[in-house]
Design a protein around this ligand. Structure first.
Ligand code: PBE
Length: 269
């Protein structure tokens, strides 16, 4: 059958991304929990490296299994599918959450309110990411364009909030396109409201550490409860959780639709 040679043709290797990504931890757990994956490995590299390998495999109609997630433009650029994860090691459908440092509400109440009200749909986030990917627009400019074109949505977060005069706020983010889309939208919204915004890109572990220690004010980047769950557990006593800013993310082993494999359990040992 189709799967008999799959292990050998893939060299029993899943194409992964940065080792510090939450999805890389989920992948390590996946290899531990599925007995059939005992001889498999995840090749950790970078998101750009993974996307390059995916593109090359699809051009040659070769098999490949990558660590994939949505929202991301890879699902619109290629015909892809997640394969089933019956043990749930990739956490199923998740949220992206907003977190703030203790004391932000008292120190910067206007920013806190806007951050607390900020929420959007996967289609909104995708609109920013797709404009950047399709047209080569810098993602920061695509985010500004989205803010200009969606004043009704933005007004819902800002309408009852007074403008400020140059107060400084520091946001920490991860560097995946999804989180760059949201943080640049927030930068534009807060800047229009009179704030001076600094954005610092860091690894997921450092997002939580920076908020817990008060070195940074807020972040829109945590994927919870699974992807960054271990980091959240470590720091949750020292973090204010403002709830989801987007609902409906997913992570998993991702393959081109032409591949005849439907479940992690069906991968050959
Ligand atoms: N991701 C995209 C990140 C969060 C956003 C799923 C690659 C991660 O695994 O940490």
């Amino acid at each position: 059958s189709g799967t008999d040679n799959l292990g050998e043709s893939l060299d029993y290797t899943i194409t992964g991304i940065e080792p510090g990504a939450g999805i890389s931890g989920q992948a390590r757990k996946t290899l531990e929990e599925y007995e059939n994956l005992e001889g498999w490995q995840v090749l950790e590299s970078s998101t750009a490296g993974m996307l390059g390998a995916l593109d090359a495999a699809i051009k040659n109609e070769e098999p490949i299994i990558v660590l994939g997630w949505t929202p991301h433009w890879m699902f619109s650029a290629y015909d892809l599918k997640f394969i089933e994860d019956p043990k749930g090691t990739f956490g199923g459908a998740e949220d992206i959450q907003t977190i703030a440092r203790i004391g932000l509400e008292e120190d910067l109440p206007e920013a806190y309110t806007i951050l607390d009200l900020f929420h959007w749909e996967p289609a909104d986030m995708e609109a920013v990411m797709y404009e950047a990917e399709d047209k080569g627009t810098p993602i920061e400019d695509a985010a500004k364009n989205w803010v200009d074109q969606n004043t009704d949505k933005v007004n819902e977060w800002t309408d009852d909030v007074e403008k400020v005069n140059g107060e400084k706020i520091e946001l920490v983010t991860t560097q995946w396109d999804s989180e760059l889309a949201s943080v640049y939208v927030m930068e534009e919204v807060l800047t229009q409201h009179g704030f001076e915004v600094t954005i610092t890109p860091v690894d997921p572990a450092v997002v939580f550490q920076a908020i817990a220690t008060g070195e940074a004010d807020a972040s829109l980047a945590p994927w919870l409860p699974s992807t960054h769950g271990a980091f959240f557990e470590e720091y949750k006593e020292d973090i204010v959780d403002l709830g989801p800013n987007l609902t409906g993310t997913q992570n998993g082993f991702t393959v081109p639709s032409y591949m005849d494999i439907d479940s992690i359990e069906d991968l050959p040992a």
